[in-house]
Design a protein around this ligand. Structure first.
Ligand code: S3P
Length: 736
């Protein structure tokens, strides 16, 4: 076996040094591991337990003969050990350490060696346990743990690579960081929590009357104070070595604690709930980061692939998740209302969660979501606070465009950012009319995000004939109109979804609709309401097409929103010959709802009427699949908007279907699709949720399996897609 290192000397056989030695031995990262420790008992124990191959009795000899020396001694004694070995350390020998503070260790090296040696690679494995001593050594301690290396400008590249390889060989993930940044980050994430745990336990333990607390202490106390059983000497060293950074973060923490104290004294429940709900959402987000499913990780870095098995039948009754458009708006209007708004059926997808988080960032207390229930403590039209930084809206064009209107009317400055896909989408379509209203708003290069808005602008209502049929633009202008003097009128070239108008009315804000025009007067107020979000027809559409194209299918989609501005997909599929019926039609909270029953039926190609395009704007990816399964040719025109969605949806579908052998040509504003056989193969969703799900549906009729790349964003609108698809008989799995 080829070893990364020939002879490695670990000075200091505690938990960290011992675990590194053991892991290197067991994984073959090193030919011979030698241990040295002032405590000869620990050394003997290390040899007996097989943690090291050899024990060094003479430190100087051992240093002279090693290729790599790892300093695993407490931070405080680093300098004296360095002083000792400085006289004998050969120039070519690589030196590294495992200290949890880096600035101090680098200073120690500087004074011990008369300058930091280029072969010294400062390191810090973020791993450990409350146990200490060589007997606690664990060969798996570093598996999937991060190791931070803080090389200096002149650190030798070869030495750096060697040390990186050493850590990687024991399963760790190596990161590089600036020394100062390392010490600040660690003060916040590690040193402060240890200080708090030590302090809490000591405070409680020293109060005699509180002795009983230990007897009755349950999970919370145990979880919070586990680290108070850590090695006292080691932590004593850490706080002395990283005092400044710790004091800074301790100061911030103390202010937060003081605020909570005041809130309790003043019985300020809203303040408490605000802190707790924000903390909970941040902690939940952190758990997602740990499991690698966090939204704010660049989704393009996580290539989740779907494998959809060819063939199958779709049968059963399901309720797809809540409507995305209505979910966004429920949070927005609930936050600006006076009183408490309860939402049910909220879509817990990444897009609407981004909106929810943005309002939390602006000081709104929001409880949940818990099983689709959200409670929003409205702050009134002028109660939002300036967010601490840019509002990150992920993949959501709706959030960004609606926020632009809403924030144009605030007293504070704001900035809106998004992921890679959102950062390519046109924003001048909203910035333009907002400027006409008096907003001070800038977009990034090419009219794309980020959007920067200057607060305190006086807005005036406008009369805006929209150049394109866009509910987002309409909603943006209407939301800005709430903060404008006089009337705001928007006229649309074709009907688009009217959830904003309906919901404003539901919150008691008068909106007049006359033909293609929607009008409101600024300066009013919103009153809290109850919102029951129906299932999203855009998500239901995947199963409408699935049941239509797969033989012997029969599916009932429950409680789906059938707002007349959204039913294009039903109209188009029915024209193609689909067997779709609406059952149990009713109205829920101002929105029409029905159960949709679909049975398999042969489809035929049609010329899609252009007036249906805005009414089915999000459903075209899956309608392309219906067209590919239909007999004859389907022609789509007047759909140029599809080119500026989460991806260029015309191109994405043309490329994907051609890869599966379908006869399809893209045009500027649509496509010509000839029905016929669909082959198996591999397609790329380009990170677009609806493209990914559309191709999963296509597999029901494909001759071979379909592998779909880049599917992580399915979580933006339909987080349980695979689960529901599986429950009705489709076979879609995440491929490793
Ligand atoms: C939406 C409007 C539509 C749609 C989007 C949601 C909304 O966009 O594509 O998914 O909630 O207002 P456009 O209005 O820009 O067409």
């Amino acid at each position: 076996m080829k070893h990364v290192i020939d002879r490695l000397l670990v000075i200091g056989l505690g938990l960290i040094g011992g675990s590194l030695a053991l892991a290197l031995k067991q994984r073959g990262g090193c030919r011979t591991v030698i241990g040295y420790d002032l405590n000869t008992k620990e050394l003997e124990e290390g040899l007996r337990l097989g943690v090291i191959d050899e024990r060094a009795d003479d430190l100087f000899d051992a240093v002279r003969n090693a290729d790599v020396v790892v300093l695993a001694v407490p931070v405080k004694v680093m300098e004296s050990v360095m002083m000792d070995i400085a006289k004998v350390l050969p120039e070519e020998t690589i030196l590294t350490d495992v200290g949890s503070v880096k600035g101090n260790v680098i200073e120690a090296a500087r004074s011990a060696f008369g300058g930091v040696p280029v072969n010294f690679v400062p390191g810090h494995p973020i791993a450990g346990s409350e146990k200490s001593g060589v007997a606690a050594s664990k060969s798996t301690l570093y598996d999937h743990h991060k190791v931070i290396l803080t090389p200096l400008a002149d650190t030798d590249r070869f030495a750096l690579r060697r040390v990186s390889q050493m850590w990687e060989s024991v399963g760790a993930e190596v990161h590089h960081m600036d020394v100062r940044r390392h010490d600040e980050v660690l003060a916040a994430t590690s040193h402060l929590p240890h200080l708090l745990a030590f302090s809490l336990v000591d405070t409680l333990a020293s109060d005699h009357e509180n002795r009983d607390i230990f007897r009755y202490a349950a999970g919370g106390f145990r979880d919070f104070t586990r680290i108070a059983a850590s090695d006292p000497m080691m932590w004593h060293d850490v706080f002395l070595a990283n005092g400044d950074a710790t004091l800074k973060v301790l100061g911030e923490f103390s202010e937060g604690l003081e605020e909570l104290k005041t809130a309790i004294e003043q019985r300020d429940g809203r303040k408490l709930l605000g802190v707790f709900t924000r903390a909970k959402s941040a902690r939940d987000h952190f758990s997602k980061i740990l499991t690698g499913t966090a939204y704010s990780l660049p989704m393009t870095d996580i290539n989740i692939k779907f494998r959809a098995k060819s063939g199958g039948t779709v049968r059963g009754q399901i309720r797809v998740p809540g409507d995305k458009s209505i979910s966004h708006r429920s949070i927005m209007l609930g936050a600006l209302a006076e009183g408490v708004t309860e939402v049910e059926g909220f879509l817990e997808g990444e897009d609407s969660l981004a909106t929810l988080q943005a309002f939390r960032d602006m000081g709104v207390v929001i409880e949940g979501p818990y099983q689709g229930r959200v409670t929003i403590h409205g702050v009134g039209m002028h109660g939002l606070r300036q967010p601490p930084g840019p509002l990150y809206l992920g993949n959501s064009g709706t959030a960004m465009r609606l926020f632009a209107g809403l924030l144009a009317g605030q007293a504070f400055d704001s900035e809106l950012t998004g992921d890679e896909s959102l950062s390519k989408r046109p924003m001048e379509r909203v910035a333009g009319p907002l400027r006409t209203m008096g907003a001070q708003i800038e977009t990034g290069e090419g009219g794309r995000p980020p959007i920067r808005i200057k607060g305190g602008a006086a807005l005036t209502g406008i009369d805006y004939p929209m150049p394109m049929a866009s509910a987002q633009v309409k909603s943006c202008v209407l939301l800005a109109g709430l903060y404008s003097s006089g009337d705001t009128r928007v006229t649309e070239p074709a009907p688009t979804r009217d959830h904003t108008e309906r919901m404003l009315s539901g919150f008691g804000y008068s909106v007049q609709k006359e033909g293609a025009e929607a009008r409101l007067s600024g300066g009013g107020k919103l009153t809290a309401s109850h919102i029951d979000v129906p299932a999203d027809i855009s998500s239901a559409a995947f199963f409408m097409v699935a049941a239509s194209i797969a033989p012997e299918s029969d599916v009932l989609l429950q409680h789906v929103g059938i707002n007349p501005t959204r039913v294009g997909v039903i109209n188009i599929l029915q024209q193609m010959g689909a067997d779709i019926s609406l059952e149990n039609e009713r109205e829920v909270g101002g929105e029409p709802v029905a159960d949709i029953h679909i049975k398999h039926a042969p489809l035929k190609g049609i010329n899609i009427p252009e007036d249906q395009v805005p009414l089915a704007i999000d459903e075209f990816p899956v309608l392309f699949i219906a067209a590919a399964c239909a007999e004859g040719t389907t022609v789509l025109t007047g759909a140029e908007e599809l080119r500026v969605k989460e991806s260029d949806r015309i191109q994405a579908m043309v490329d994907g279907l051609q890869a599966l052998g379908v006869d399809i040509e893209g045009t500027d504003d649509g496509a010509v699709i000839k029905g016929g056989a669909i082959g198996g193969g591999r397609v790329n969703s380009l990170g677009d949720h609806r493209i990914a799900m559309a191709f999963a549906v296509a597999a029901l009729r494909s001759e071979g399996d379909i592998t779909i790349d880049d599917c992580a964003n399915v979580a933006t609108s339909f987080p349980n897609f695979i689960e529901l698809a599986t429950s009705v008989g489709m076979s879609v799995v995440i491929e490793e």
